[in-house]
Design a protein around this ligand. Structure first.
Ligand code: NDP
Length: 445
């Protein structure tokens, strides 16, 4: 990295000790900025780089709640409002025991550039809690959400900060969070949260958007080489919102997804994933992947190794950060995988990214390929503001156009800075310059 950029990175490490994921996300972006700063040195003026890596605001709060047996628990809540140059802070809430401030900061930092790529007028933020919803009753999840929102409500609003879902936060949680917000504010501010139910301000296609967008991005990358997804085998990790709709879209485009996973192991279904059964097990029953295998002849559950051991043409990591390391990347490449489109945030380690890029395969970083979710959240905000509702086809056409635009912006930026086909450079450079130009226009704030 250039000296000026390296210095900023060293400051980030020194000031944010122990936040490994945040360091990793910052390093990946800063490394990409070398050719950008070389061509446009003014981006390093007025401590712009130092400002862009520092969140505008970070809130950490106590979340006390009572379980069904009457025992009191205390979790920690977070909201990191990272950058509001382009619009209200926007980004999901994650409920998972691994959540800490470094993870929320990495996600918030990624979100800033992702949201810029969507061109939807949204800033970047992220939040969540170390609460684990697994195995909790609906009543317990509701009480937790109500306590969490009691504090969060002081910091959010339709023009200030608009959270959504992420790992462990789906339609049920957004419902409880919205109910408590409405009660506290005595106002029906539908635009304060996205991912809402269709009967109370949600948008058609929001549920599908992240997974669909990830597959659309893979399709756009393949088109640059005159290929399509038709007939290709696909490995998907995760079995949550993003994974399920990535599988659905891949099937619609003629590909054959043969895997999915959760933290208990991965499933290989050589006949092709039975999507209805997967939805029944995961979305309706909130079950584990073994429940699918028990009802699906020919499918097998593997509890050793990773889903990336399965030979496929296309890999779609849709579970969590750093789930695909250098060794997994080497295995995928050895087995002939030629496309990786990330549905999760930062699922590939730096070693894996390096391996994909050196091999010259089509590799899309999550901040570009999974941006369809937040883009559709912005469409939900737009509908809420206009008190209107679009039909599925209208919302889907907008998602398709946004994903094509993000893809093309990445391609153009990679070409402009001398590395055609490098989607990491393309996404980071295009996202960064959009945010940086507006930060410059707003002065030192
Ligand atoms: P869900 O909670 O719906 O699903 C997450 C899935 O990943 C589950 O199957 C879960 O298994 C698995 N998983 C999570 N953490 C781990 C872990 N540490 N080890 C192994 N498996 C794990 O979340 P989403 O599908 O919404 O999110 C998945 C990824 O996509 C995340 O990286 C998220 O940040 C990203 N993303 C999501 C967007 C959205 O619109 N929802 C938008 C953009 C990105 P288990 O149940 O066993 O924990």
């Amino acid at each position: 990295m250039q000296d000026v950029v390296e210095k900023v990175y060293e400051q980030v490490v020194a000031r944010n000790r122990g936040e490994a994921e945040f360091h990793q996300a910052v390093r990946e972006v800063l490394e990409s900025l070398d050719p950008v700063i070389a061509k446009h040195p003014h981006y390093a003026d007025d401590a712009l780089l130092e400002r862009i890596v520092e969140p505008e605001r970070q809130v950490i709060f106590r979340v006390p709640w009572v379980d069904d047996a009457g025992a009191v628990h205390v979790n920690r809540g977070f909201r990191v409002e990272f950058n509001s140059a382009l619009g209200p802070y926007k980004g999901g809430l994650r409920f998972h025991p691994s959540v800490n401030v470094g993870i929320i900061k990495f996600l918030g930092f990624e979100q800033v550039f992702k949201n810029a790529l969507t061109a939807q007028g949204i800033g970047g933020g992220k939040g969540g809690s170390d609460f684990d919803p697994h195995g909790r009753s609906d009543a317990e999840v509701m009480r937790f959400c109500q306590s969490f929102m009691t504090e969060l409500s002081r910091h959010i609003g339709p023009s200030t900060d608009v959270p959504a879902g992420d790992i462990g936060v789906g339609g049920r949680e957004i419902g409880y969070l919205f109910g408590q917000y409405k009660r506290l504010r005595n106002a029906y501010d539908a635009g304060v949260l996205t991912g809402k139910g269709l009967a109370w301000g949600g948008s058609l296609v929001r549920t599908e958007a992240t997974g669909y967008g990830t597959v659309l991005f893979a399709q756009s990358m393949l088109a640059t080489r005159g290929q399509t997804l038709e007939g290709k085998t696909v490995a998907v990790s995760g079995a949550g919102n993003v994974a399920i709709y990535a599988i659905e879209k891949a099937q619609k485009l003629g590909a054959k997804p043969i895997t999915f996973s959760d933290s208990s192991g991965y499933v290989v279904d050589e006949a092709g994933v039975d999507l209805e059964l997967l939805k029944q097990v995961k979305e309706v029953e909130r079950g584990r992947v073994k429940d699918y295998v028990e009802r699906r002849p020919g499918a097998r559950l593997v509890t050793q190794g990773r889903v990336w051991d399965v030979p496929v043409d296309v890999a779609l990591p849709c579970a969590t950060q750093n789930e695909l390391d250098g060794a997994n990347a080497a295995t995928l490449l050895k087995n002939g995988c030629a496309v990786v489109s990330e549905g999760a945030n930062m699922p590939s380690t730096p070693e894996a990214v390096e391996a994909f890029q050196s091999a010259g395969i089509l590799y899309a970083p999550g901040k570009a390929s999974n941006a369809g979710g937040v883009a559709t959240s912005a469409l939900e905000m737009e509908q809420n503001a206009g008190r209107t509702r679009w039909d599925f086809a209208t919302a889907e056409a907008k998602l398709d156009a946004i994903m094509t635009d993000i893809h093309d912006s990445c391609v153009a930026a990679a070409e402009e800075y001398g590395r055609p086909g490098d989607y990491v450079l393309g996404a980071n450079a295009a996202g960064f310059t959009r945010v940086a130009d507006v930060m410059i226009a707003h002065g030192i704030v």
